[in-house]
Write a protein that binds this ligand. Structure first.
Ligand code: TRP
Ligand code: TRP
Length: 510
């Protein structure tokens, strides 16, 4: 078996995993969803989903990732194979867990490139001057048309897309330690610093009027506790923000040393992510918008999508401040750093697949992975609604199902006792066995509930589409799944040959 890389330091492991989880989801998606689904009313299902599903699955992925890494596998194709003697069906099923992050990356990296582009444009004062108006629609208008022109896509947008792809390529080529770990060590502290700065700016605007926005998010209440949509959205956000249900955490965990304390690492990852989401993410976009515009305008503005708040409302607010261009630069650069540490994590599963299963050498694995991502990113840039369709299928539906599969395989098939023994190894925090029972029974029930309500609610409406662009996106997803399935089956022979080989060597030993 080829030697796999190992994270260099414990702090490096934690920062890389935190970089994986902390992304656009924390700073853009979270405030938009919270505003859209009633602030405090959204937070109740959110916290419940975090405790019953998010935290347990985070620990599962860390424990399984370390276990799989010891056996030379990092991608879900290899990991699921590991539990079923590398049968074809298990490896094909595992491929879904490689497809999800890569499909997400195909649009995520395009959005990442906007943040880089807008950061540069802010720095060089190339974004529109603010309009002074108390009507949010008036104030935001120049930024709306600016955003539309930019993402049409303009030549500039295409240029920054290529730059962003190149940056990801270079970092991944440098590998787990010299690439991903290094970027995380520099990126995470910067994210924290910029985030705290912007939070203070946003909250203090107009004599601390921004605090009203924070109160809106934390005004916990049960008014929408019976609305399935709020539950689905809150659970979807938990999966998305923690990077769960797609083996992205497990891939990173597969590069730890065999003795790493993965339970601690799991708690750290979830803890840092939630800090940046609940403290920093909650304190920037919504409070800034509250301070500038009336409170009634916020759900209104959030309704128009995640991009509305981050790319149109925020510059409209920030450009009004002293040194507006500079503050706006810090905002978009913060988003870029958060997105970069996540996009690296979205591509690594595919690289691990090529390296661990196909036994390709590193440069070839990175090159093929990046070419595939680049092709997908072009679809995202040039096919209308491709982003929405991919986000819906890969970023929501497939994720919930794969999360369920992870629990079934890693807890039920592997066995509660086996899993608990694996979890206990080298862990300083002694989790009670009851925790594993929660993972085994409560989390899947919770997931099934969510899926059930979602299906009865709008499955029919979703399946029936006539728009050609949506059909293109779906055909693309299916073709990509077929491609990964072929890899899964072809690489099986390589893995089995290796296994036979090591067995022969072992038998020869006296
Ligand atoms: N967690 C990331 C965010 O908050 C997005 C994400 C979802 C992700 N799945 C992932 C990142 C897998 C890396 C790997 O923006
Ligand atoms: N304080 C920890 C120790 O040395 C260091 C650490 C931070 C750590 N995060 C971790 C160790 C995660 C293991 C896993 O024990």
């Amino acid at each position: 078996m080829g030697k796999r890389e190992r994270w260099r330091s414990r702090i490096g492991v934690i920062l890389a995993a935190a970089g994986n989880a902390v992304g656009l989801g924390n700073i853009l998606r979270f405030p938009s969803k919270a505003a859209l689904y009633g602030g405090g009313a959204f937070m109740v299902p959110y916290f419940i989903a975090f405790l019953l599903m998010g935290l347990p699955l985070m620990i599962v992925e860390w424990v399984i990732g370390r276990y799989a890494g010891r056996h030379g596998h990092g991608s879900m194709t290899g990991i699921l194979g590991l539990f079923f003697n590398h049968s074809n069906w298990s490896r094909i099923l595992g491929s879904v867990g490689v497809a999800i992050p890569v499909l997400i990356c195909m649009y995520y990296i395009y959005i990442e490139s906007w943040t880089l582009g807008f950061a540069f444009l802010s720095l060089f004062n190339q974004i529109p001057a603010p309009v002074v108006s108390s009507d949010p629609h008036e104030a935001v208008r120049p930024y709306v048309s600016f955003f539309k022109d930019y993402t049409y896509p303009s030549i500039l947008a295409y240029f920054f897309l290529l730059i962003t792809i190149a940056i990801n390529w270079v970092v991944l080529q440098r590998g787990v330690v010299r690439g991903i770990e290094l970027i995380a060590k520099v990126g995470m502290p910067s994210i924290l610093l910029f985030g705290i700065f912007l939070a203070i700016v946003a909250l203090s605007t107009r004599d601390w009027a921004g605090v009203e926005g924070l109160k809106f998010i934390y005004n916990l209440n049960f008014s929408r506790i019976t609305d399935p949509t709020v539950w689905i959205e809150a659970s979807g956000q938990i999966f998305f923000t923690l990077s769960l249900g797609m083996g992205a955490i497990a891939v990173y965990a597969s590069y730890v040393r065999p003795r790493e304390d993965v339970v601690k690492a799991g708690f750290w990852t979830a803890g840092i992510n939630e800090f940046i989401e609940l403290v920093i993410g909650a304190s920037i976009a919504i409070p800034a918008a509250f301070a500038m515009f009336s409170a009634v305008a916020i759900p209104e503005l959030a309704k128009e999508g995640t991009f509305r708040l981050g790319f149109m409302t925020m510059p409209a607010v920030l450009m009004n401040l002293p040194f507006g261009g500079l503050v706006s630069f810090i905002w978009f650069f913060l988003l870029f750093l958060a997105a970069l540490t996540s996009s690296l994590a979205l591509i690594q599963p595919l690289i691990a697949l090529f390296e661990d299963e196909m036994k390709w050498e590193h440069s070839k694995a990175v090159a093929v992975a990046m070419i595939l991502v680049t092709i997908g990113a072009h679809f995202s840039a040039f096919v209308p609604h491709f982003i929405d369709e991919l986000d819906f299928w890969a970023g929501c539906v497939m994720l919930l199902f794969f999360g369920l599969i992870e629990i079934i395989v890693f807890i039920w098939i592997f066995g509660i006792d086996n899993f608990y023994n694996e979890l206990k190894q080298n862990c300083t925090i002694k989790l009670p066995k009851a925790f594993v029972y929660v993972i085994a029974f409560v989390s899947p029930l919770f997931l099934l509930f969510i899926i059930y309500f979602w299906v009865i609610k709008d499955f029919g409406k979703i399946i029936m589409v006539t728009e050609s662009t949506k059909i293109i996106a779906r055909v693309f997803i299916v073709l990509f799944l077929i491609f990964l399935s072929i890899i899964a089956v072809k690489s099986r022979k390589i893995i089995l040959r290796d296994l036979r080989y090591t067995r022969i060597i072992k038998n020869k030993e006296p």
